[in-house]
Design a protein around this ligand. Structure first.
Ligand code: PEP
Ligand code: MN
Length: 353
């Protein structure tokens, strides 16, 4: 249910509506727009009549949200959500580029690649330290040591870091280091993990499960939003189909579909969606043309010797070419890349100004 307040409603009236929502054992999520405040009512609201709220002072109308996901729906929040990340924003006119290796392999590897990608246009650095590998015998990641290396790369380059969290128990430690928590495809429906990141207040990159429908993805996002964390970015990363020529099948359709169903930013990971470095650039261009708000791509200084996902990793030269092609597409659709040189962010935990 969604309660739309009159444009001139006072804060007292809004607070009174919230009180009545909570009296009914429901929770209120307020979205303050330019003209109007909308209050989303979440919980078992089907047993509560809209009339309970319609008569309250300051209320213009009460509507049911038709989709099963509420806070993620465009009906609840008609404008795009714009999420700040270290001096730039995701979901507005700018197109974000997150780049870096599949896994953090060593201190020198991550520092070197961070410096290279920063020079060629990346806005954020990715790198896994807890790796969800299909085989238990494959490299599982450097763990906390890797987080320290990433933090050092961040300090040297100013690039915010995006790192996958695999378990609820990792969340408290990881939020001390990372700027954006990634939930991987295999954990998209790990509801305990979704709730745990929903309790944090740092941006979350939620990847689509390889067999998840668009509705499943939006319901997963709803778990995070319902916890009060409204900084969620969705990531299409390819789905499993009968096709074997590529690792997964990029669901380009998902980009405009998601953009129409939700206000949350949507990006594409063409590395996992194709599985081949040769297809990464054309598919990224298609995603930007289709309305994606960004690209997350794997880049390695020596893909042939990468510990994981070398076959889909771009070389630094390929990455530079990809950025210049995306830039052209962005201009055609009246968007632009985030300027590569943004102020060096403060270190995490540094509250001095
Ligand atoms: C990754 O981005 O490192 C990753 C493991 O991707 P996915 O969860 O999409 O497979
Ligand atoms: Mn990978």
């Amino acid at each position: 249910m969604m309660i739309i307040m009159h444009p001139g409603a006072t804060q007292e009236q809004v607070d009174h509506v919230i009180e009545r929502i909570e009296d009914n054992n429901l929770s209120a999520h307020t979205s303050v727009g330019v003209n109007q405040t909308v209050i989303g009512v979440v919980g078992e609201s089907h047993s509560v009549s809209p009339h309970v709220f319609e008569t309250l002072l300051g209320v213009q109308s009460v509507q049911r949200i038709s989709q099963p996901y509420k806070l993620a729906s465009r009906q609840f929040h008609p404008e795009n959500s714009i999420i700040p990340l270290n001096g730039f924003t995701i979901g507005g006119d700018e197109i974000l580029i997150i780049a870096g290796p599949c896994s953090v392999e060593s201190r020198s590897q991550i520092i070197e690649i961070a410096q290279i990608i920063k020079e060629t246009g990346a806005n954020a650095l990715r790198g896994g330290v807890f790796k969800p590998r299909s085989s238990p015998y494959s490299f599982q990641g450097l763990g906390e040591k890797g987080l320290n290396y990433l933090a050092e790369a961040r300090k040297l380059t100013g690039l915010p870091i995006v790192v996958e969290v695999m378990a609820v128990s990792q969340v408290p430690e990881m939020i001390k280091y990372v700027d954006m928590l990634q939930i991987g495809a295999r954990n998209m429906q790990n509801f305990n993990l979704l709730r745990a990141v929903g309790d944090t207040r740092i941006p979350v990159l939620l990847k689509r499960g390889m067999s998840a429908t668009i509705e499943d993805l939006l319901l997963a996002a709803e778990y995070i939003l319902a916890g009060g964390n409204n900084q969620v970015v969705l990531c299409e990363r390819g789905i499993r189909t009968f096709e074997t020529a590529t690792r997964n099948t990029t669901d380009i359709n998902a980009i405009p579909v998601l953009k129409s169903l939700t206000h949350l930013p949507v990006i594409l990971d063409p590395s996992h969606s194709t599985g081949h470095a040769n297809y990464v650039t054309p598919v990224s261009m298609a995603a930007v043309a289709a309305g994606a708000d960004g690209i997350m791509v794997e880049v390695h200084q020596d893909p042939a010797h990468a510990i994981s996902d070398g076959q889909q990793s771009l070389t630094p030269e390929d990455f530079a070419r990809m950025v210049s092609k995306i830039k052209l597409i962005a201009e055609v659709i009246d968007r632009r890349l985030v300027p590569a040189k943004f102020p060096i962010p403060r270190e995490k935990g540094d509250s001095s100004s």
